[in-house]
Ligand binder design. Structure first.
Ligand code: SF4
Ligand code: SF4
Length: 152
């Protein structure tokens, strides 16, 4: 399959955020049908002094080759996708992600991550979140190659 050329990456404008966490609630609703937010959300709003920071997958795809069963792929829309039907819950991607953006939950063995669905963007009353289109070539990085597979 041809590499997707672009991907929407969740982007945060801290000067606009009030810390209401409506974005987290919208995210947990997408992934687990609960508005609890927090650990059930792929994005997290973190208080930093008087401001807030946002932590989420940047869609670089460093984890793509670490999965032993091929459950992680870059979809046509460029998003790094975890297929729960293929995943065996080994947690290798969770330990490997250098920014800690592959999340675990108490309700299932398979991890989860941001899928750039935009639910948080729509939920934010302050327009503090945006899905920004980026070139895959400009963000993707490979730090690990499966044995016998040459970098392309
Ligand atoms: S919904 Fe918007 S304002 Fe509220 S915490 Fe999330 S980013 Fe900040
Ligand atoms: S937890 Fe699932 S997606 Fe992650 S590396 Fe293991 S099998 Fe692959």
């Amino acid at each position: 399959m041809d590499q997707p050329k672009s991907v929407k990456v969740l982007t945060f404008y801290p000067e606009k955020c009030t810390g209401c966490k409506d974005c987290e609630k919208a995210c947990s609703n997408v992934h687990f049908k609960t508005k609890d937010g927090g650990e059930q959300s792929a994005l997290r709003i973190i208080k930093k002094g008087k401001r807030y920071d946002m932590h989420v997958c940047d869609q670089r795809g460093l984890c793509l080759d670490i999965c032993p069963v091929g459950a992680l792929t870059r979809r046509k829309n460029g998003v790094v996708w975890l297929d729960t039907k293929i995943c065996i819950g080994c947690q290798a991607c969770v330990g490997f992600c250098p920014i800690g953006a592959m999340r675990t939950s108490k309700v299932r063995i398979e991890p989860f991550k941001c899928i750039s669905c935009g639910a948080c963007v729509r939920a934010c009353p302050e327009q503090a979140l945006e899905l920004v289109e980026k070139k895959v070539a400009s963000i993707s990085q490979v730090v690990y190659h499966k044995q016998g597979v040459s970098p392309s």
